[in-house]
Design a protein around this ligand. Structure first.
Ligand code: ATP
Ligand code: MG
Length: 200
């Protein structure tokens, strides 16, 4: 890089730092956040699990609630088994995107909801991951208003992550951070088989 180019780069970085520093200074509110990871691309559940690791790494108490993949032999389920500070809940039916038994699945979703409700008033629970919960509202198994109320009344420092495609507008409105993952490419569409350790 020429000296002139290097100097221009340095000046640009300095300006950028100033903008970032100003934003950091303005962000003074201390509270938990609601994060929605939605969209049709790959990376929603794995993103939530990454944040879960981060939180556990700091010694926080966390909850992982899986509405779909619960029964599958996922690497994360194996990895997290017996993890200190983590409580896990899974919907105990074979619910998939192509649901077969509405009443049974609805009951299973309601059972999970009853089990996890107390988490939203537990000040020691730092993070709740609600994986694939968006489908529970799409299929009308759960009442979205109940979740919104629980989240709005949660302890101030608690964080909640919601994943799943087509997040309802109520969830988008409620969230502090929303990321929509866009499927630019997916190996599956090129005929590449789902792989252990990558897809599950
Ligand atoms: P991951 O668990 O890998 O983060 P995800 O949570 O974003 O994926 P889901 O919609 O929950 O994706 O789908 C779960 C499975 O479907 C995963 O095995 C994932 O690789 C696969 N998948 C995700 N997006 C696509 C896509 N656009 N086309 C085909 N398969 C996909
Ligand atoms: Mg997922």
């Amino acid at each position: 890089m020429s000296e002139e180019k290097a100097q221009r780069h340095n000046e640009r970085m300095k300006r950028h730092k100033k903008v970032v520093d100003a934003k950091i200074e303005k962000a003074t509110i201390e509270q938990g956040v609601v994060i929605v990871i939605t969209g049709n691309g790959k990376g929603k559940t794995t993103s939530a699990l990454g944040t879960l690791l981060r939180s556990l790494g700091h010694g926080h108490q966390c909850a992982l609630v899986q509405f779909i993949k619960g029964q599958w032999d996922c690497g994360e389920t194996r990895f997290f088994a017996g993890t200190q500070n983590l409580v896990s809940y899974t919907m105990d039916t074979g619910f998939t995107w192509n649901t077969q038994n509405f009443e049974q699945d609805k009951q299973a979703a309601l059972d999970v909801w009853q089990q996890i409700k107390p988490l939203f008033s537990d000040p020691n629970c730092h993070l709740i991951v609600l994986d694939e919960i968006t489908y529970m509202f799409k299929y009308k198994y759960l009442d979205i208003a109940e979740l919104v109320t629980a989240i709005n009344n949660r302890p101030k420092i608690q964080n909640v992550i919601i994943t799943g495609r087509a997040a309802a507008k109520e969830l988008i409105e409620l969230a502090d951070t929303v990321s929509e993952i866009n499927p630019v490419k997916h190996a599956f569409n090129q005929g590449i088989k789902a792989q252990e350790g990558i897809e599950w």
